[in-house]
Write a protein that binds this ligand. Structure first.
Ligand code: NAP
Length: 324
């Protein structure tokens, strides 16, 4: 069959890139399809990766994942920028279709579609996204030089990026809905020592307000315990808001067919990373998942790359068994 791949990987974050490396190095005809021009997924919005073993000091997510891509290409992995809108996982040969109806065919598939930043749902957030409201500190830190900013969230991302933003901002307020952070203790310690960071506890965002022409102007916060509502603006200066409240898995395309948890994360066989059918709970042969779109304990570059390696090797064994 013309242009039949042994393995197609959907998504080029660390999980997909690692799967591409292991697949191609395992002599499989391997293609990675990514909808964005740049590889890296969400990690490309991280300014510095401190905890990837062997990673270079001060290396950004983009730099790390570009090296991963080059490494996969060296072993013959192919890359394509395209948006897949339909996947047929029922047949022995899996078919992925793009917006123009063009099909990609493979003997096995790895779903490495990652996750997308969650919104707070507060009025004004959508309206002022890109006009004062951001989901990426690395991308937008430059715009808040010497301004006051509000980071929403209490997880690793929010607290790490709050620390990063202190290099640019006049003051960084971390707004968290509870009185304890979810972030790792080591990250918390750094943040508590940072004099530019102010914590606003037990508080949620009520509204993000602004002007249709000027963009974001103020943030309205509500204390969940006292019910007190306070509106902050930057006086004569603009403010910035960074919404960093976790992720939603990119599993829309297949979540009706495949087994997912209540958050929409794919549930996999822990040994092979085979996905499971929602109808029976049985493994779906030839289809695997890797990275942040699956349910697991730890969402890190190291676990994403490990997933990619395991899924690629499982896929290689499947193709060998079924086709040779
Ligand atoms: P997360 O761990 O899910 O944390 C989300 C944070 O946002 C929580 O503090 C949560 O509050 C809060 N939140 C959720 N929905 C909210 C809403 N509607 N309004 C206000 N606050 C809301 O997400 P994450 O920090 O992006 O991290 C995702 C994964 O990546 C985690 O597994 C994390 O460990 C990992 N990660 C690791 C590193 C690192 O190790 N260096 C860096 C970044 C991310 P509650 O705490 O009350 O639930």
């Amino acid at each position: 069959m013309e242009n039949l791949y042994d393995l197609i990987i959907l998504g080029a974050g660390p999980a997909g890139l690692s799967a591409g490396l292991y697949g191609a190095r395992g002599m499989m005809k391997t293609l990675v399809i990514e909808k964005n021009m740049l590889v890296g997924g969400q990690i490309s919005t991280t300014s510095e990766i401190e905890n990837y073993p062997g990673g270079m000091i001060s290396e950004s997510g983009t730099e790390l994942t570009m090296r991963m891509k080059d490494q996969a290409i060296n072993f013959g992995c192919e890359f394509k920028t395209d948006t897949i809108v339909d996947i047929d996982l029922d047949s022995k040969i899996k078919v992925l279709t793009n917006e123009l109806g063009i099909e990609y065919k493979a003997k096995s598939i790895i779903l490495a579609t990652g996750a997308t930043p969650r919104s707070t749902g507060a009025p004004g957030e959508k309206e002022y996204t890109g006009r004062g409201v951001s989901y990426c500190a690395t991308c937008d830190a430059f715009f808040i030089k010497n301004l006051e900013v509000f980071v929403i969230g209490g997880g690793d991302t929010a607290v790490e990026e709050a620390i990063f933003l202190t290099k640019f901002a006049k003051k960084v307020n971390v707004v968290h809905r509870r009185d304890q952070l979810r972030a790792a203790k080591s990250i918390q310690e750094k943040a508590f020592k940072n004099k530019k960071i102010n914590f606003i506890w037990n508080t949620v965002v009520d509204e993000m307000k602004g002007d249709p022409i000027k963009g974001l102007e103020s943030i309205v916060l509500k204390n969940k315990i006292t019910g007190k509502v306070i509106e902050y603006n930057g006086g004569n200066e603009p403010i910035g808001i960074f919404v960093l409240v976790g992720n939603i898995p990119n599993t829309e395309l297949f979540k009706n067919k495949l087994l997912v948890n209540s958050g929409g994360f794919l549930i996999a066989d822990e040994k092979t990373l085979n996905v499971k059918l929602s109808s029976t709970g049985n493994n779906l042969e030839g289809v695997y998942v890797a990275g942040d779109c699956r349910e697991k304990l730890l969402y890190q570059v190291i676990t994403a790359t490990a997933d990619g390696a395991i899924a690629a090797i499982a896929s290689e064994k499947y193709v060998e068994k079924v086709y040779n």
